[in-house]
Design a protein around this ligand. Structure first.
Ligand SMILES: NC(=O)c1ccc[n+]([C@@H]2O[C@H](COP(=O)([O-])OP(=O)(O)OC[C@H]3O[C@@H](n4cnc5c(N)ncnc54)[C@H](OP(=O)(O)O)[C@@H]3O)[C@@H](O)[C@H]2O)c1
Length: 243
């Protein structure tokens, strides 16, 4: 997959302050892309901004709590005002929540995961769509998980919300078929981040691939030459085929 052509593109990454999103933001900046990113933690936002500024074009930080995002119109206005144009959107931010049997998941937790993982992602997609449609090669990358499609006990609202997220992404890919927009889903597989460590505290993080391993795939899906649309790509399979 070609990562050529990212220089001069504008890319918005949700959850760009940590983990997979942060590493992707830095790589996009290093390839010459103008990076906009969302996050909540002010210190992490400032740190990300400084790191991106050192690597590439002036970044755009969008402090946004996805738990509070419920309307596309103000987000669309925010994007128009602060970014102006958009060539790629990476819906990466998500929360994992607690691992419990399905009927034991606290109601508020269930709804919080759906809010961040599904509702806010759809709001971002709807808000970004006009800008993506105005691009000559709008790209959407939806970062999902294997448990969205493979039943695994205890994964609760995380798995169910990500299954809804995948369907949303797949339907959007159908909606934009025949246009210049491409939308694809990535399952990163086990990756060395804070989310993974919280879900599997007994696991040795050094046994996991670092987020940097995902870059050839994620950058390629953001790039204007990407021809795939509506695909679900398992990153570990994809990486194994390349090795
Ligand atoms: N790591 C893995 O092994 C793995 C495996 C399968 C799938 N994934 C998927 O990969 C994606 C990235 O995961 P990760 O492991 O990199 O996670 P992470 O290290 O926990 O980072 C999550 C990012 O999302 C942001 N975020 C979380 N809640 C938010 C909220 N309410 N509002 C705004 N931003 C919020 C965080 O920023 P703030 O805290 O500053 O808000 C942070 O930048 C997720 O979609 C996850 O489901 C990861």
């Amino acid at each position: 997959m070609s990562v050529e052509g990212l220089a001069g593109r504008t890319v918005l990454v949700t959850g760009g302050t940590r983990g997979i999103g942060r590493v992707l933001c830095e790589a996009l900046a290093a390839h010459g892309a103008r990076v906009a990113f969302t996050g909540r933690d002010p210190a992490a936002i400032a740190d990300t901004e400084a790191a991106l500024r050192a690597r590439g074009p002036e970044p755009v930080a969008l402090p946004l709590d996805l738990e509070a995002v419920d309307d596309a119109a103000p987000i669309a206005a925010l994007l128009r005002e602060h970014i102006g144009r958009l060539d790629a959107l990476v819906l990466n931010a998500a929360i994992g929540g607690v691992r419990t049997p399905i009927v034991e998941q606290p109601e508020a937790e269930w709804r919080r995961l759906f809010q961040v993982n599904v509702h806010a992602s759809r709001v971002l997609l709807a808000a970004a769509h006009p800008l993506l449609a105005a691009s000559d090669a709008g790209r959407v990358v939806c970062v999902s998980t294997g448990v969205a499609r493979r039943r695994k006990a205890g994964t609760g609202a995380y798995a169910v919300s990500k299954a809804a997220f995948d369907m949303m992404a797949g339907l959007y890919a159908l909606d934009v078929a025949g246009t210049a927009i491409r939308c694809n889903i990535v399952n990163p597989g086990p990756t060395r981040t804070a989310m993974r460590a919280a879900a599997f505290p007994a696991e040795d993080p050094l046994t996991l691939k670092p987020p940097e391993a995902l870059l050839p795939l994620l950058l390629g899906l953001c790039a204007p030459h990407c021809v795939l649309n509506g695909e679900t790509i398992d990153a570990d399979d994809w990486l194994a085929q390349r090795s």
